[in-house]
Write a protein that binds this ligand. Structure first.
Ligand code: SAH
Length: 393
């Protein structure tokens, strides 16, 4: 076993079961570990702290287990079946798509698996996870049995690109019935969506907005809705199904807009218009009071701490435009999926936006990520999606 030895006193975070070991905590390495190897982590006084995937970078080890579970041949099956049992226990109704593995939240740091009605889309975010894909895929097969049609690896955009890995996306398993379908149809809260794991963003669909979309459906009745950063129309379909008078959806990706139109048609909905445009320009150029509900769900403005200040300014500018334009008595659903922006800072950015727009705003609801995107209590960094429902007087 290759070993990583820590400097004096640097075992604290691992003793608190935080799964990341930063490179600055290491005093020496034994056995010349390669990226992706499983290493043991040893404190200065010789105590074994856990086992994890070694990586070159600021996070040097992602801990898989604080005991010897990571060495067991049943490790992958046990973790993935635990994740599956958890998804069965959260009572998803009329829904056949969910996140099966949410990295650290499921004790598998660096791994994402999304389930789309028989197709598992896998994303490795570390070399260790990438090199374990065969074991992961065998475990998924064992856990799902007949229900599994295919496993698609989509790690090319997420695994470290400079590690000399052969990164090309593709199917790593298909059963006989599965004809390399490029896309599938899933049901979420009774609404249908076409998901293209090959062509779409991330693994194909933003599963993390499921519960927030259901809330949009409740608020939408009779309203003229503007859905900014609409992607394939998740919020638009729910708003129309909830009886919105009209929905205008805006996204800068032509592919996303084309898919959104198919999704609206698939659910036999009308009163929808889509615009392939910049969302900020669109809201700034729209007449005041035209919309009495606006959804603002941009991509992450800050991907790392260094971008935090500019990101907060970006949220402020965007939301100030939405708050100025919404009709009196209007509702705004606003989100941030930047992990480095915590919910307090986000609320402050929205507070500044309301002040800039010069309108009275009440917070009706505070939103976050759903139960299939769990946060490991020892790893608060797993919390990333936050949102507010605002009432603008
Ligand atoms: N609300 C969506 C997810 C949004 S993801 C859902 O529920 O599925 C963010 C989206 O913003 C992506 O579809 C991306 O294409 C789009 N986007 C990024 N920058 C944009 C911009 N400047 N104007 C409009 N859309 C943008």
């Amino acid at each position: 076993m290759k070993r990583v030895h820590l400097k004096k006193g640097r075992e604290e975070s691992l003793l608190r079961r935080h799964p990341w070991l930063f490179s600055g905590a290491i005093s020496r390495m034994e056995g010349e570990p390669n990226e992706g190897d499983i290493v043991s982590v040893i404190s200065q006084n010789g105590e074994l702290l856990g086992y994890g995937h070694f990586q070159i970078g600021s996070i040097a080890v992602r801990v898989l287990s604080f005991d010897d579970a990571a060495l067991s041949p049943y490790f992958w099956k046990e973790r993935i079946s635990a994740a599956y049992r958890h998804r069965l226990s959260i009572s998803l109704k009329n829904t056949d798509c969910y996140r099966l593995v949410h990295g650290e939240g499921d004790g598998l740091p660096g791994l994402i698996v999304d389930w789309y009605n028989g197709v598992a889309v896998v994303q490795a975010h570390s070399v260790g996870m990438f090199l374990s894909l065969e074991k992961i895929s065998n475990a998924i097969k064992e856990v799902y049995g007949e229900q599994l049609m295919a496993i698609y690896d989509k790690s090319s955009g997420t695994a470290p690109f400079n590690a000399g890995l052969d990164l090309s996306d593709g199917y790593i398993y298909c059963n006989d019935a599965f004809e390399s379908a490029k896309e599938g149809v899933v049901v979420e809260n009774g609404h249908k969506f076409i998901v293209s794991w090959e062509e779409g963003q991330k693994t194909g669909f933003f599963l993390d907005q499921r519960e927030n979309r259901a809330l949009v459906e409740r608020y939408a009745y009779g309203r003229n809705v503007l859905n900014l950063f609409s992607y394939t129309g998740g919020f638009s379909v729910y708003a129309l199904a909830g009886g919105a008078a009209s929905v205008d959806s805006v996204d800068s990706s032509a592919k996303a807009v084309a898919m959104m139109e198919r999704n609206v048609a698939l659910n036999a909905l009308s009163n929808h218009h889509s615009f392939c445009e910049d969302a900020i320009d669109f809201v700034r150029n729209s007449p005041e009071g035209k919309y009495d509900m606006i959804i603002v769900d941009p991509p992450a403005f800050a991907k790392h701490r260094g971008a935090l200040r500019n990101a907060l300014k970006g949220y402020q500018r965007l939301n100030s435009a939405a708050i100025s334009k919404v009709a009196p008595g209007g509702i705004i659903f606003t989100f941030s999926c930047s992990q480095v922006v915590d919910s307090y800072s986000f609320a402050l950015a929205i507070f500044s936006a309301a002040a800039e727009a010069g309108r009275s705003v009440k917070i009706l609801d505070r939103l976050n990520q759903p139960a299939d995107h769990p946060v490991n209590i020892f790893h608060p960094e797993g919390e990333y999606l936050k949102g507010l429902v605002l009432y603008v007087e």
